[in-house]
Design a protein around this ligand. Structure first.
Ligand SMILES: Cc1cc2nc3c(=O)[nH]c(=O)nc-3n(C[C@H](O)[C@H](O)[C@H](O)COP(=O)(O)O)c2cc1C
Length: 147
């Protein structure tokens, strides 16, 4: 199976409590495992950043479903393309709540997450997506010193 990856950002419709986020994650982890989808969800003060990876049809079908979800809006696809291997193979849906990770300096990352909503150029989106992916992959491998 050719692997496909889609990254989007969105804005939550209201400030997400821990329970709200837990509910999204529970659904994601249950459903994604069945679909062979892995990925990462990041929440930061009203902004979502999500990576979905798996088969093309499975990822696009899930994305269509996610786009309709009333818990967020302004869903903005940043990049989608085939990839040689999964970045987050160990996670049905990994999760970082930046609000809860006060020990790390997320200034640059936060600024960047905000800017992703405004970017329209395809080249710029692709560049920023690569930058973000690298940060989150580093964070996974080395939780304390990534940023
Ligand atoms: C930010 C965000 C990310 C989501 N990510 C996923 C996901 O990775 N997988 C998933 O199945 N549902 C995800 N959902 C939930 C879907 O929009 C939808 O509610 C769910 O797929 C419906 O599943 P159900 O029919 O089993 O309740 C997400 C929702 C939000 C708001």
């Amino acid at each position: 199976m050719k692997l496909y990856q889609l990254i989007y950002v969105s804005k939550s419709s209201y400030p997400m409590s821990k329970d709200d986020l837990q509910e999204i994650l529970k659904t994601a982890q249950e459903n994604n495992a069945d679909q062979g989808i892995s990925g990462l969800l990041v929440y930061d003060r009203g902004h979502f950043f999500q990576v979905l990876e798996g088969g093309y049809n499975d990822v696009e079908t899930l994305f269509t479903q996610i786009q309709k979800d009333k818990r967020h809006s302004r869903v903005n696809r940043i990049v989608s393309s085939h990839i040689p291997e999964r970045y987050f193979s160990e996670w049905g849906m990994g999760f970082y709540n930046l609000d809860e990770m006060a020990e790390l300096d997320f200034f640059k990352l936060r600024k960047f997450m905000k800017s992703l909503h405004e970017v329209t150029s395809v080249e710029q989106k692709s560049k920023l997506a690569k930058y973000a992916l690298q940060i989150f992959v580093d964070l996974k491998q080395n939780p304390v010193s990534a940023v």
